[in-house]
Ligand binder design. Structure first.
Ligand SMILES: [Zn+2]
Ligand SMILES: [Zn+2]
Length: 180
């Protein structure tokens, strides 16, 4: 079973927005109640704030990949009163709580939904910055096999394949044809 979807990461405003997400997984709990539970279960229980509520509502309103600065911009544009400090303090907690997944891209740290969204890997286009999601059952089973061989206990997995996406490839080919 293979599925792919394209989610723009916001770095290419000129390009037409393509927003095809993988089908959401039904969850018993809302992200908010899952996060409240996480905060309450800390060795030193923490209080759930109105800013955090706004932040969660915004993050889980739509599936996309984002970095902290993009999120801060979006919150501002959406007229939400969430401070920069709250964003930077809360993102690691959302990862720890199992709500978000962190993807290190070298110069950027991108966040992706982890809760209520199927596990997937990514292609990263180095031309336009688009992140393309894909799922591959045969890749998953090959990884399970090597993990078993090495008696390794997996905590997380991040696979990012870098290159040039199909539409950038097509644009390059069209340009070449014009030159010739
Ligand atoms: Zn591209
Ligand atoms: Zn993703």
């Amino acid at each position: 079973m293979n599925a792919a979807s394209v989610v723009h990461n916001g770095s290419t405003p000129s390009r037409k927005e393509e927003e095809v997400s993988l089908p959401a997984i039904p969850v018993a709990q809302s992200p908010e109640s899952k996060f409240r539970e996480y905060l309450a279960s800390r060795p030193k229980p923490q209080r759930f704030t109105e800013q955090q509520r706004q932040l969660l509502e915004h993050i889980f309103s739509k599936h996309r990949h984002f970095d902290a600065e993009q999120l801060i911009d979006e919150l501002k544009r959406a007229g939400r009163q969430v401070s920069r400090a709250t964003v930077y303090r809360t993102l690691p907690k959302l990862v720890d709580a199992g709500l978000l997944r962190k993807i290190e891209l070298g110069n950027r740290t991108v966040y992706d939904h982890d809760y209520g969204y199927p596990f997937h890997d990514h292609f990263l286009c180095e031309e336009c910055g688009v992140m393309i999601e894909f799922q591959s059952a045969s890749l998953d089973s090959a990884i399970r096999e090597v993990v078993h061989q090495h008696q390794f206990r997996v905590r997380s997995r991040t696979l990012v394949i870098r290159g040039i996406c199909a539409s950038c490839n097509a644009a390059k080919a069209a340009k070449r044809r014009l030159v010739m």
